[in-house]
Write a protein that binds this ligand. Sequence first.
Ligand SMILES: C[S@@+](CC[C@H](N)C(=O)[O-])C[C@H]1O[C@@H](n2cnc3c(N)ncnc32)[C@H](O)[C@@H]1O
Length: 259
Amino acid sequence: MTILLLALTNIAMLAALALILHKVRRLHIAMFEVSDKLNDIHHESRELYGQIQAYVDLVRLLRIETPLPRLRGWAASPDFLLLVAKHALRSKPNTIFECSSGASTVVLARCAQLNGVGHVYSLEHDPHFADITRQSLADAGVAEWATVIDAPLTPEPALGGQLWYATSAIPNIEDIDMLVIDGPPESTAPLARFPALPALAPRFAARCDIFADDADRPAERAMIERWKQDDGEALDIEAAFIPAEKGCAHLVVRRRDTA
Ligand SMILES: C[S@@+](CC[C@H](N)C(=O)[O-])C[C@H]1O[C@@H](n2cnc3c(N)ncnc32)[C@H](O)[C@@H]1O
C-alpha cells in the first residue's frame, strides 16, 4: 500500500514537473515572439520617421500648397518621390515618361511646372485611376504639365505576347530623357515591368535616366539584370541601387549610336 502511494506520488510529481516544463517552454517561446515584435515596431518606427522626413522635404522642395494624393501603400513612398523630384528639378528633362499614374504624376508635373520646361506622359491601365490622377493634377494646378494616357494592358506580339500597356495608345513621343517605372502591377506577369525598356528605348534621347520603384523585389532585380545583358537595344546601361523603403534603381541609359 505504501509502495503504491509512493508510486502514485512520484507519478503526480513527474506530471507536475512536465506541466511546469511545458509552461516554461511556452513562456520562453513567447518571450522570443515579443522580442521579434519589438524589433519590428522599432524598425517600422524608424522607417516611418524616414518617410515623414522625406515627405516634409518633398513638400518643401515642390513648394506645393495642395495636399498630395496618399503616398506609400499602393502609391510610391515619399523617399522614392523625393529622389525622382530632386533629379527632375536638377536635370530639367524635356520629356518625362511614366509607367503607372498617381501621386508620382502630380510630383513630376509640379517639377515640370517649377522648371518651366518639360511634359509628363503617364501610362495608366485602369480608366478609373486615370480619371483620379487627372483630377489630382487639376487640383494641384499642374494639369497642363502632364497627360495621362489610357493604355489597357494588352498582350503585345512585339513584346513576346507579354501583357503590357497597349503600345498603340502611346502618342508619337520622341527623346524621352526621364522614365519613371512603377507599373504595371507585379501580378500581371513574372517580369511585369520588363517590357518598358524594349518598348520605349527606340524613343529615348541620347541619354535617358530611369527610376524604377520596388527595386528591392527579386523580379525588379532580375528585370534590370536582363536589361543589362540584352544587347539587342544597342544601349549602354549603368545601374545604381539607392536605399529606399521599397528600393529604388537609378539607371543611366545611353544609346550607343549617339555615344
Ligand atoms: C504601384 S501603383 C503606382 C501609382 C503611381 N506611380 C504613384 O506613385 O502614385 C500602380 C497602380 O495603382 C493604381 N492606382 C492609382 N491611383 C490609385 C489609388 N488612389 N488607389 C489605389 N490604386 C491606385 C493605378 O492603376 C496605378 O497604375
